[in-house]
Design a protein around this ligand. Structure first.
Ligand SMILES: *[C@@H]1O[C@H](CO)[C@@H](O)[C@H](O)[C@H]1NC(C)=O
Ligand SMILES: *[C@@H]1O[C@H](CO)[C@@H](O)[C@H](O)[C@H]1NC(C)=O
Ligand SMILES: *[C@@H]1O[C@H](CO)[C@@H](O)[C@H](O)[C@H]1NC(C)=O
Ligand SMILES: *[C@@H]1O[C@H](CO)[C@@H](O)[C@H](O)[C@H]1NC(C)=O
Ligand SMILES: *[C@@H]1O[C@H](CO)[C@@H](O)[C@H](O)[C@H]1NC(C)=O
Ligand SMILES: *[C@@H]1O[C@H](CO)[C@@H](O)[C@H](O)[C@H]1NC(C)=O
Ligand SMILES: *[C@@H]1O[C@H](CO)[C@@H](O)[C@H](O)[C@H]1NC(C)=O
Ligand SMILES: *[C@@H]1O[C@H](CO)[C@@H](O)[C@H](O)[C@H]1NC(C)=O
Ligand SMILES: *[C@@H]1O[C@H](CO)[C@@H](O)[C@H](O)[C@H]1NC(C)=O
Ligand SMILES: *[C@@H]1O[C@H](CO)[C@@H](O)[C@H](O)[C@H]1NC(C)=O
Ligand SMILES: *[C@@H]1O[C@H](CO)[C@@H](O)[C@H](O)[C@H]1NC(C)=O
Length: 481
């Protein structure tokens, strides 16, 4: 990895000299953060629209898998909420609604080969963000954002599998997908995070009980350690006795968020043994400063498992977005839960999180210096020289780390029935805000989706099979790293 010390400054000088090279960012200015974010959002929508608009609403072009579009909409809703930029409302609505599937639970039949528990959960987490931020539903929609999130939760509860390793969720939903015998942190973490958010939103403790159950299982099986490390996963075929020890920013973000929401909902210190170790471990494992992040030295978030060797795949390039947002959520959701852990006070932790977010955002802005426009985002935040890569993952990472430097806005609960559509919007889109306390009425089953797959198979093009084989390749890569 190229290590330099004053790269951010260099890029700023270039920009002020009039060369459109890198995104200009003043991390102390809301206007500057939103303007930098807008530049990245334009890059994202350019890829999504693929010329004249997506061929199918809610799908990104190759080589992106289905999950990443859900993850993208989540970030675009976050951007909308903080900026009030209504120009993104329509594409988000179109994609989020088109992909809900026949049972209103984000299991569209076309995606059976790409539909793990984690993939489904990322769409539900986007719906959850929509509910929390009061993102408008398109008029005429007969299901709310919160119902969609609840429906996904219900299907995943139904998949909790006591048949091996004393519980846990399998990675894959369908037996025919590679990874069915893998129980991993991303599936537990995305489910627990969804449950924790549903608990805060509805006040229903069934959800927090499930969040706790998923976290406890992850801990008991050895995927989450008392030091806050989160390892990738484990095989049911070995009775979950062998652990794949790779650590990802995405998983750290999911578990940190889960704990932060549970602290907020329970106002209890019971979750300190989750958030604190995961936070402290993350600041050390996932920054280029490593242990010296403690002394608040230059510390930039990096995907340690693959970045230095340049082996991060398309999925993995998007993971840093999760941890960046989690550092912001950690500060806002635990704001009045003062504590000290292992010698670190809340105030120390927040200033460390803020420092990492500032230096990471400055690094990202400087790295967004590629392409014809000079603002295409690469992946290597430690260098102001564009690393030659571009894509949705790099863009989402940059977008979330910029936005994470803004103070969080208040989140809605089921009690909020305001019709405004949320902060920044002037209510033009719809009468509904996607909140409400709707209960789940529909539950998809593995059997129905699975059997419909064979019926749909005739429609599949060669590219579907290419996608299948790449999915297997990615699984193997994930498993072997
Ligand atoms: C941003 O503000 C902080 C104080 O809140 C200050 O220490 C820092 O130098 C400022 N950074 C820039 C780039 O202005
Ligand atoms: C559309 O996506 C395909 C990949 O699926 C890519 O080859 C092509 O360049 C894209 N077109 C535009 C205009 O972005
Ligand atoms: C499923 O695939 C078919 C054929 O490409 C397409 O017409 C349809 O819009 C797709 N549905 C979704 C939800 O993506
Ligand atoms: C909403 O309407 C669609 C058809 O437009 C239907 O398939 C679906 O079951 C309805 N959902 C609910 C919750 O009524
Ligand atoms: C909704 O309001 C009721 C009555 O004030 C309160 O008891 C409950 O905790 C609130 N629910 C949530 C999720 O905030
Ligand atoms: C809480 O949520 C669970 C799971 O959806 C549901 O079965 C239960 O009825 C809910 N409880 C209340 C009081 O709404
Ligand atoms: C607590 O601090 C000790 C000594 O600095 C360190 O070895 C240990 O890993 C820390 N524990 C956690 C959970 O951070
Ligand atoms: C599998 O491991 C669990 C503990 O994780 C243990 O209770 C169970 O007996 C083991 N089963 C087999 C068949 O080894
Ligand atoms: C919960 O989050 C809100 C911000 O959404 C914050 O104001 C409040 O202090 C948090 N509660 C706790 C217990 O930290
Ligand atoms: C939830 O919905 C029911 C039925 O529509 C209503 O009676 C109740 O007051 C609602 N509760 C909240 C907290 O909005
Ligand atoms: C309010 O909506 C109108 C019409 O869509 C739009 O032109 C205007 O920019 C919006 N104002 C704000 C503050 O979002």
């Amino acid at each position: 990895m190229r290590a330099t010390t004053s790269t951010g400054l260099g890029a700023l000088l270039l920009t002020t000299a009039g060369i459109a090279n890198a995104i200009d960012l003043d991390v102390n200015s809301t206007d500057s953060i939103l303007s930098a974010s807008k530049t990245v959002v334009d890059n994202i929508l350019k890829i999504y629209n693929n010329g004249s608009g997506p061929s199918i609403p809610g799908l990104l072009p190759d080589p992106y898998y289905w999950w990443e579009a859900g993850y993208m909409f989540d970030s675009l809703i976050n951007y909308w909420s903080l900026s009030g930029d209504d120009s993104v409302v329509q594409p988000i609505q179109d994609g989020m609604i088109f992909q809900i599937g026949p049972d209103d639970n984000y299991m569209p039949l076309n995606q059976s080969k790409n539909l793990g528990n984690d993939d489904q959960a990322f769409w539900a987490l986007a719906a959850m963000t929509a509910a929390e931020k009061g993102f408008p539903l398109p008029s005429g929609t007969n299901v709310t954002w919160i119902q969609l999130a609840e429906n996904v939760f219900d299907t995943q509860v139904g998949r909790w599998s006591e048949d091996s390793c004393n519980g846990g969720l399998r990675w894959q939903i369908f037996t025919f997908n590679n990874g069915y015998n893998y129980k991993n942190s991303i599936s537990q973490g995305s489910f627990a995070y969804l449950a924790a958010r549903l608990a805060r939103f509805t006040g229903n403790s069934t959800y927090s009980d499930w969040a706790q159950k998923a976290v406890d299982w992850t801990r008991n099986v050895g995927l989450l350690t008392s030091d806050g490390a989160i390892y990738d996963g484990t095989e049911t075929t070995d009775n979950c006795s062998e652990i794949n020890h790779v650590q990802w920013t995405l998983n750290a973000g999911l578990f940190l968020n889960t704990g932060s929401y549970l602290v907020n909902t329970s106002e209890s210190s019971a979750w300190n043994d989750l958030i604190w170790p995961v936070f402290l471990e993350s600041t050390q494992v996932f920054t280029d400063a490593g242990a010296s992040a403690n002394s608040q030295g230059r510390s930039i978030i990096t995907e340690i498992a693959c970045a230095a060797r340049n082996t991060c795949n398309v999925d993995q390039k998007a993971y840093k977005a999760s941890l960046a947002r989690a550092f912001n959520i950690f500060q806002s959701q635990t704001a009045s839960s003062v504590s000290t852990f292992n010698g670190t006070s809340s105030a120390d932790a927040y200033s460390r999180a803020a420092a990492i977010l500032r230096t990471s955002a400055q690094g990202a802005a400087a790295q967004c210096s590629g392409g014809d426009d000079g603002t295409t985002c690469g992946f290597d935040w430690s260098s102001s020289e564009w690393d030659g890569t571009s894509g949705i993952g790099q863009d989402l990472d940059a977008l979330e780390v910029f936005l994470a430097n803004l103070p969080a806005k208040a989140l809605k609960t089921a009690n909020d029935t305001s019709a405004t559509g949320g902060s920044g919007s002037n209510g033009t889109s719809t009468e509904e805000d996607g909140g409400g306390n709707g209960t789940s009425t529909r539950t998809g089953t593995v059997e129905s989706a699975s059997s419909s797959t064979s019926g749909a198979a005739g429609l599949w093009s060669t590219s579907a099979f290419v996608a299948l084989f790449s999915a297997i390749a990615i699984s193997v890569l994930r498993l072997s790293m």
